[in-house]
Write a protein that binds this ligand. Structure first.
Ligand code: GLN
Length: 491
């Protein structure tokens, strides 16, 4: 069996369909690679003991001619996405021992499509972070440089794909948690339009921003997986009916007729010179493919980080109030049946003090303050108004006929482990280019554009209009095929 690290999802599909490989072989190869490489990377927190059995089932479907696009392909799943019967901990001690009764809708769709759930990947606790260092399981490391972070919060999923342990992976993105680790690890990652993918069974962080996203080694793989999980769902009132799939078959590398804007607020001071060069290369690739590239402005960009961190913490403080030691996971301190002799408030306090890590506690405190009486208008209310301004910036450009925005994904390449742990604001600023699309609910894809002199991945971000994923993928494929000379199936 060819090393799965060397195959794209479409390459794997072709091998499975032509009988040149089985899902069992492929799944074993992935598991073997996890066993060899993951000791030092720390991408997985748990493997699925049923993975090989699921692969056998997939092989049966393939033999019977009933395979769909994802049948038999192993997928890694971020550990804040519920998997029935397989512990799901969101990187938090407070959820230790929590075994979901039901699959998240995205996982149920994958299983129905015959994909193989390989295992659960590490993350910043409840998705709060940009480095995958805030995890009860310890940090995940960047395969390009073990002293550097993989980005976060979906660092485990990004590393699983970057290190060839899984061809595809699910993550979640609230303010950049798919795109930033994709950028740091050199893989493709997309946060879809808010509502394209059901959030049912995704452990909530900030519900007006959370979206499940996908990772793949190439653009085509990302489209394949996104199509497999998209669509309206009765379990999520905010999910949208999307009858416009992102069909990989329509990718041809052409970008004629596309108007692409580069917002000047994203390429000014603070942007790494190497990454700036990568954005220029992506712009040149788009022009060569026939697109018209122009400079544009998104004037309210500078409000995005403070706005995001007010809204996200406010929603988090509300969502995380459910972890009280009674309904889920761990319990500690006080009475409540624990026999400790304390009272109920003591039990709540003990559970939440011991169960949540320092970053989660910081956010609960910030969010509770922002929502508290007397401060609500000054903080949360104002943040909601600023969010509208950020969204309108995008709408005005799309109304003027711009189809897509090209930006950096991150201001710098991957930083060192520990470098920003004592500097929460510095950590928050690493999301400066990703939180805008989250606030506006727009689709945004991170695409590798080469390596720095030190061999670290660099990336650009393509932001599309509401449900404009097909255009985002079309442009991404055009850039990928020109920059890497591939982008087509390697089958
Ligand atoms: N890094 C951002 C944060 O810490 C985004 C996280 C995410 O998208 N889940 O909130």
């Amino acid at each position: 069996m060819t090393d799965p690290a060397r195959l794209s999802a479409s390459g794997i599909r072709a091998r499975l369909d032509e009988g040149r490989a089985s899902s069992v072989e492929l799944t074993r190869a992935c598991l073997e690679r996890v066993r060899r490489a993951d000791g030092e990377l720390g991408a997985f927190v748990r493997l699925n003991p049923e993975a090989e059995r699921e692969a056998e089932e997939a092989d049966r479907l393939i033999r019977e001619g009933r395979a769909g696009p994802l049948t038999g392909i192993p997928v890694a799943v971020k550990d804040n996405i519920n998997t029935a019967g397989l512990e799901t901990g969101a990187g938090s001690s407070v959820l230790a021992g929590f075994v979901p009764l039901r699959d998240a809708t995205v996982v149920a769709r994958l299983r129905r499509a015959g994909a193989v759930v390989l295992g659960k990947t590490n993350l910043d606790e409840f998705g709060m972070g940009s480095s995958t260092e805030n995890s009860a399981h310890g940090p995940t490391r960047n395969p390009n440089d073990l002293e550097r972070v993989p980005g976060g919060s979906s660092g485990g999923s990004a590393v699983a794909v970057a290190a060839g342990m899984a061809p595809l992976a699910l993550g979640s993105d609230t303010g950049g948690s798919v795109r930033q680790p994709a950028a740091f690890c050199g893989v493709v990652g997309i946060k879809p339009t808010y509502g394209r993918v059901s959030r049912s069974g995704l452990i909530a962080f900030a519900s007006s921003l959370d979206q499940v996203g996908v990772f793949a080694a190439d653009v085509e793989g990302a489209a394949l997986l996104l199509d497999g999980i998209s669509g309206e769902d009765a379990g999520d009132q905010t999910s949208l009916s999307t009858d416009a799939p992102v069909t990989p078959a329509t990718f041809d590398g052409d970008a004629h007729g596309l108007r692409v804007g580069i917002p000047r607020e994203y390429v000014g001071a603070g942007l790494d010179a190497g990454i700036r060069g990568g954005i220029d290369a992506a712009a040149d690739a788009l022009s060569a493919a026939g697109a018209a590239v122009e400079e544009v402005s998104l004037p309210h960009t500078r409000y995005a980080v403070p706005t995001y961190y007010l809204i996200a913490t406010a929603e988090a403080s509300s969502n995380l109030s459910r972890y009280d030691g009674v309904r889920f996971g761990a319990r500690s301190g006080g009475g409540g049946g624990g026999g400790g002799g304390g009272d109920l408030p003591q039990m709540y306090r003990g559970t939440r003090t011991q169960g949540f890590g320092p970053e989660v506690q910081r956010r609960i405190l910030l969010g509770t303050f922002a929502l508290s009486s007397g401060y609500y208008d000054a903080f949360y209310g104002k943040a909601q108004r600023a969010r509208t301004l950020v969204r309108r910036d995008f709408e005005e450009l799309f109304d003027r006929g711009v189809d897509l925005l090209l930006t950096p994904t991150t201001p710098t390449p991957a930083f060192r482990l520990g470098e920003k742990l004592d500097d929460p604001v510095g950590m928050y600023l690493s999301d400066v280019y990703t939180v805008t699309a989250s606030l506006a609910g727009l689709p945004a894809l991170s695409l590798p554009v080469g390596l720095t002199g030190d061999g670290l991945p660099m990336a650009c971000q393509l932001i599309g209009s509401h449900l404009g994923e097909a255009t985002v993928f079309r442009a991404a494929f055009a850039i990928e095929s020109r920059l890497t000379g591939t982008g087509a199936s390697d089958a």
